[in-house]
Ligand binder design. Structure first.
Ligand SMILES: *Cc1c(COP(=O)(O)O)cnc(C)c1O
Length: 430
């Protein structure tokens, strides 16, 4: 499989090069030259396979011969080495819990897959790769944990000083080894800006940089697994399936739509957002008009200009009518999100997190406008303990801290203070 740039000004390249580069040289996002279609028999016997065997068949056509079958199966097994429970909230609505991984965020799957893939593809070469990410919270922890100890890969995480929760900060500053945390005197946008500058800086050409954001196909593609796992578990329901995905950069939902294009029988996707509503507005007005980011209680989705949306447009060949048949979008305020947390709790004593609550709202709204009988799944993208303050205040209860988190919280924070781009530059050249 080759990958081409959606800006159409770079040569197509292999899976390995696309993972090593992150973005194409023309700054475009990589996209597969062809979307593979899975055979009918794959879906007929989907329950006879283990989850890793199934996931292997899903990802294999995207990688081709670049990773041998045994190794790829091993990578997939390690990546998916935890549970993905489906918890029913009412008779036609369920939460798909994607937060049972080591850092309690759904980003663990993408980060673990990309880390193992990059580690393997680099074997035997002397060049060192630096993976750089800016984080507003969840990405940093998942990337740090996924890449810990991967040989030949150095990880640099930029996070805004005082703007991430204690749990999030500990998850990215306590690991050591090949992981460095840079504490930036500024907000998330400043961190993001510095990362962008570094990628464009010709004086850093001696440093091989790649990104571990969802623009990287190594992190984006494995997110398809969630939808196959859920379908495999829910096939017996024999109902039309709709997924509601709490969306920020739109990488996760884009992977879902890609799965559908490969033949996975999913009827509809709902992009649920907070007040950063660029995509829901686009679906209403056909006008793509990004606005500055607004802060919300579901802060992992505080994105004004979602980078993966170009991939979704590509999947539907820029045809908004085709897009709207498969894809709806709704946005919600913080007040509505908190009310939803209460409503979900009142139903099954289920403690959702603010992102999941936004997903629940979008799912309900979509289903209520349809005549058909649907089974709806909203993705629970983070453990509620990661957004403890909001959840505890809203529900008036205590969220117990899982054991694996207690250990992280007891470790000592190590970070490097950074004030401006020049300091980052010197650090990278050092
Ligand atoms: C990153 C994140 C999201 C948004 O996912 P995208 O792929 O960027 O749309 C939603 N919820 C949580 C908890 C996240 O960490």
């Amino acid at each position: 499989m080759k990958y081409y740039s959606l800006n159409h000004n770079s040569k197509p390249c292999s899976f390995a090069d696309a993972v090593k580069r992150g973005l194409a040289p023309d700054r475009g996002l990589y996209f597969p030259e062809k979307i593979p279609i899975l055979p009918k028999k794959f879906f007929n016997r989907i329950q006879d396979q283990s989850i890793p065997e199934m996931a292997f068949e899903v990802i294999k056509p995207f990688i081709g011969k670049q990773i041998n079958n045994n190794k790829l199966l091993e990578i997939v097994k390690e990546t998916l080495d935890f549970k993905f429970p489906i918890v029913e909230i009412s008779n036609n609505i369920a939460a798909l819990e994607l937060f049972q991984g080591p850092t309690l965020a759904f980003k663990d799957v993408g980060a673990r897959f990309m880390a193992r893939t990059l580690g393997y593809l680099k074997k035997g070469s002397k060049e060192k790769i630096t993976v750089m990410v800016a984080t507003s919270g969840d990405t940093g922890g998942a990337v740090a944990n996924g890449f810990l100890g991967v040989e030949g890969v150095k990880v640099v995480i930029l996070y805004p000083k005082g703007k991430v929760s204690e749990i999030q900060e500990k998850q990215l500053t306590t690991l050591g080894q090949n992981i460095s945390a840079l504490e930036v005197d500024g907000v998330f946008d400043d961190c993001q800006e510095m990362v962008k500058n570094a990628f464009l800086d010709a004086s850093l050409s001696s440093v091989q940089l790649t990104s571990a954001n969802s623009i990287n196909i190594g992190r984006w593609l494995p997110q398809m697994f969630y939808y196959f796992i859920a379908y495999r578990a829910l096939k017996y329901k024999n109902k039309k399936l709709v997924f509601s995905v709490p969306s920020g950069n739109f990488g996760n939902i884009c992977a879902g739509i890609l799965s559908q294009q490969m033949g996975l029988p999913i009827n509809h996707f709902v992009a649920s957002t907070n007040v950063n509503d660029t995509v829901p507005r686009y679906l209403k007005t056909a006008n793509y008009d990004p606005l500055p980011t607004k802060q919300t209680v579901s802060n992992a989705m505080d994105v004004g200009n979602p980078s993966n949306f170009v991939r979704i447009k590509k999947i539907f060949n820029n045809d908004i009518y085709r897009m709207k048949k498969n894809f709806s979008g709704y946005s919600y305020t913080d007040d509505q999100t908190k009310k939803a947390l209460k409503k979900i709790f009142s139903k099954k004593k289920y403690i959702a997190d603010p992102h999941g609550a936004v997903g629940y709202l979008g799912l309900q709204e979509y289903i209520s406008t349809q005549k058909d009988d649907f089974y709806g799944v909203f993705l629970e993208t983070a453990h509620p303990v990661k957004f403890k303050d909001t959840v505890e205040k809203t529900l008036n209860l205590k969220v117990p801290i899982p054991n694996r988190l207690k250990e992280t919280l007891s470790k000592k924070k190590v970070s490097i203070p950074i004030r401006d781009y020049n300091e980052l530059r010197s650090y990278l050249l050092d």
